[in-house]
Design a protein. Structure first.
Length: 167
């Protein structure tokens, strides 16, 4: 790979990663309420909270990878243009099609990562998150059940306990 190709890819990739991190944080704050509710109401242990965090990140990456690619290309190339580096590259013989080829390398790699995340990682993460939430709710249910009270905390299920014996 030529030096200028690596330079353009490094510039675009660095800005894309920063943009992706910022967008992931913004989208993660949407789910922060649900995580805090599990911690406060159900007194979830710290490893479970970490699992919830890692299970919500791939879902956010479904949106933030394409947004990060767009931001990376726009900011990276506009910075190169603002510093007159594109003018210098064009004067040295690099044409528009060479820029397009270099950027398309970055786009194809990011597209592959987005497809991999969207088809395999995010659905498995979402399913694991649902199982973890059900497990946390079931483990905390014994603390909330009172005798002779209808409990509607589970989806599509009403729980009624006649008597409770302490173990």
């Amino acid at each position: 790979m030529r030096i200028l190709t690596r330079y353009i890819l490094r510039e675009v990739t660095a800005n894309a990663l920063i943009g992706m991190a910022v967008f992931t944080f913004v989208l993660f704050t949407r789910d922060l309420g649900r995580i805090l509710e599990l911690v406060v109401r159900n007194s979830a242990p710290l490893p479970s909270v970490a699992e919830i965090f890692f299970f919500t990140v791939p879902v956010a990456l479904t949106y933030t990878i394409p947004m990060g690619v767009l931001i990376g290309i726009l900011i990276g190339l506009s910075r190169l243009a603002a510093d007159s580096e594109i003018t210098a590259m064009r004067a040295s013989g690099i044409g528009v099609w060479s820029f397009l080829r270099i950027i398309s390398i970055f786009v194809v790699i990011a597209w592959g990562l987005a497809i991999l995340n969207g088809v395999y990682v995010a659905p498995k993460s979402q399913a694991a998150l649902g199982r973890l939430q059900d497990r946390l709710k079931a483990s905390q249910a014994s603390f909330e059940i009172q005798p002779r009270v209808f409990y509607e905390g589970f989806p599509k299920l009403v729980l009624y306990v006649q008597d409770v014996k302490s173990a």
